[in-house]
Design a protein around this ligand. Structure first.
Ligand code: PGA
Length: 358
């Protein structure tokens, strides 16, 4: 008999297993909450589907035939598999288990792991796939709907997405720690026209923002090396190959260790935002939805409280406004963006009380 011609049902296997376990139609019917004729009917239909007798009657007792013994093993394992499938789907529909597949802009990898650590502690059954790539690749991933969501600097114009801003992303000027600019305040923007700039590859969101900024302020940009990694740009700036413009999130360590400086140039920082986004209409899994909510509601608070993260950059860029400007509301998102609170913290992570009034 071909598989397609067989119409064995789970109900028949269930009835068969109950009879085989009790070797009694009456007790099987009790267990299944069915009438005895209904159970007998299921067994008859199963025997006719399989073309074999599964039970034989000897006196008052029934016994499994050899075929019945074989079918019992398979029936058990089939019913167990169905049970497992139900359990798996139930847990997938909750937050106990599941895969979160996210892609983040190269620059966002400086803060994404910190957030993922907290999220994974909260949902230990979650398996995370994290891809780090540039803006152009992220837009293509969004277009092809191959990840749950994406974190990047600005929603794309040509893909229909649902997006929400969750944190400010100021881009600062970076220079070697001993650059002459570090001894000055409120440097005129036009002086940047004499500097060489290291730029990210075409396709990078940071590069796009940088080019736009120079064009908007009508400052010619002398382009030096094109470098496809933030890390390599930082090392190149340190080595004196030119200046750079980079997300403040990417240079925390270098500022703290005094390997780089973020000079006080007028019109800086270039204020951008970090967005979480996915294709419009995408059905997010519960875990993906939980991560999106976590970003929108908690990420800014978590990262701005981190003493080693934003404080170092804040200290080096005194002209930078504290994070008090409201985030832009996304036209696409139904979520209200999180409003970060800027809390100054000491080395012990505790908030520093305001100085006493004189
Ligand atoms: P980038 O990302 O790493 O492509 O420069 C930042 C962004 O999306 O703006």
């Amino acid at each position: 008999m071909k598989y397609n011609d067989m119409h064995v049902t789970l109900r028949q296997l269930e009835a068969f297993t109950a009879v085989a376990n009790h070797l009694s139609f009456t007790r099987a019917a009790e267990q299944l909450n069915l009438s005895q004729p209904a159970v007998s009917m299921q067994i008859k239909q199963l025997e006719s589907q399989l073309g074999q007798a599964l039970f034989e009657q000897m006196g008052k007792k029934i016994h499994l035939t050899e075929a019945g013994s074989d079918v019992r093993k398979f029936a058990r394992s089939i019913l167990q598999q169905v049970d497992d499938m139900e359990t798996a789907l139930t847990s997938l529909s909750g937050l106990e288990r599941g895969t979160l597949s996210i892609s983040v802009a190269t620059t966002a990898h400086y803060f994404a792991p910190k957030l993922l650590k907290i999220f994974c502690e909260r949902y230990p059954g979650v398996n995370v796939k994290l891809d780090v790539t540039n803006r152009e690749q992220l837009v293509s991933q969004l277009e092809n709907n191959i990840v749950d969501m994406v974190i990047m600097g600005r929603p794309p114009e040509n893909v229909d997405v649902e997006s929400g801003a969750f944190m400010e992303n100021p881009l600062v000027l970076i220079a070697p720690a001993d650059h002459a600019f570090t001894r000055e305040k409120s440097i005129q923007l036009k002086r940047l026209a004499n500097e060489v700039f290291l730029v990210r590859e075409v396709g990078s969101g940071t590069r796009k923002a940088m080019e736009l900024f120079f064009a908007q302020h009508n400052i010619p940009m002398i382009m030096g090396m094109e470098v496809s990694s933030d890390e390599a740009i930082k090392r190149s700036v340190q080595a004196g190959l030119g200046l750079g413009i980079m997300s403040r999130d990417a240079i925390q360590n270098e500022l703290q260790l005094n390997l780089l400086s973020a000079p006080d140039v007028l019109h800086f920082p270039i204020m951008r935002h970090w967005y979480v986004m996915h294709r419009k209409g995408k059905r997010l899994s519960p875990i993906a939805q939980a991560f999106k909510d976590f970003l929108l509601q908690e990420a800014a608070g978590i990262l701005t409280k981190e003493p080693t993260l934003r404080d170092a950059a804040q200290a080096q860029t005194p002209q930078m406004p504290a994070l008090k400007a409201p985030l832009p509301s996304s036209t696409e998102s139904k979520y209200a963006p999180a409003r970060p609170k800027y809390v100054l913290t000491g080395p012990d992570g505790q908030p520093i009380p305001p100085a006493p009034r004189k």
